[in-house]
Design a protein around this ligand. Structure first.
Ligand SMILES: [Zn+2]
Length: 192
């Protein structure tokens, strides 16, 4: 086995060496190697449209994070960070959107859906995204970018996905990342 085989197997599902897995692998490499990357990978015009809705949510959050969940071209749930409002440190934008989606539509609606989020999901949110069988993740700012402004668990979402091969997920990064980072302008959060 040569080096390339070895490397690709460490990043992608051994069950499905498909294009989807390749995108995960490539995105992982991009996120890991380019902390200042702002160019979107694998994004469409619709992605920007839905990401703007996630950014609208983020603007209203306790911290500037927001998410929307899309199924068959329609937004079926929205969420924004409610950590302070709810006194709940787990009330991240993605978690709020997922919980609302579950309450309104049931878990089946999440299967194969697309989740847009203004900031790359933390390990907690990424775990929830995988357990809920979301089919595609699109995020704006990366954890490495966000970590320059606010506390972050520095684990790229692609790393979590690569270790959860039971639920393949496509990841697109950097969609409107600059606009997501602008939400932190003139805001200073205590970093421990
Ligand atoms: Zn999170």
């Amino acid at each position: 086995m040569n080096c390339c085989d070895d490397c690709s197997k460490s990043r992608v599902s051994p069950m499905r060496p498909s294009r989807r897995s390749m995108i995960i692998g490539l995105t992982s490499a991009a996120v890991l190697s380019a902390s200042h990357a702002t160019a979107a990978t694998g994004a469409s015009a619709d992605d920007e449209r839905f990401m703007r809705l996630a950014l609208d949510e983020a603007r209203q959050g306790d911290y500037p994070f927001g998410a929307v969940i899309v199924r068959d071209g329609e937004v079926i749930a929205r969420g924004r960070n409610l950590g302070k409002t709810d006194g709940d440190p787990t009330a991240h934008g993605e978690m709020v959107a997922i919980r609302r989606c579950l309450a309104d539509h049931g878990s089946a609606a999440l299967h194969g859906s697309t989740l847009y989020t203004s900031g790359e999901p933390c390990a907690m949110c990424m775990g929830a995204i995988i357990w809920c069988r979301v089919g595609r993740l699109v995020f704006a700012a990366s954890v490495e970018q966000l970590a320059t402004k606010i506390d972050q668990i520095i684990i790229p979402s692609a790393e979590v996905a690569a270790k959860a091969t039971f639920s393949p997920i496509t990841i697109s990064s950097g969609v409107l990342a600059d606009e997501a980072m602008q939400l932190f302008a003139n805001k200073v959060f205590p970093k421990r």
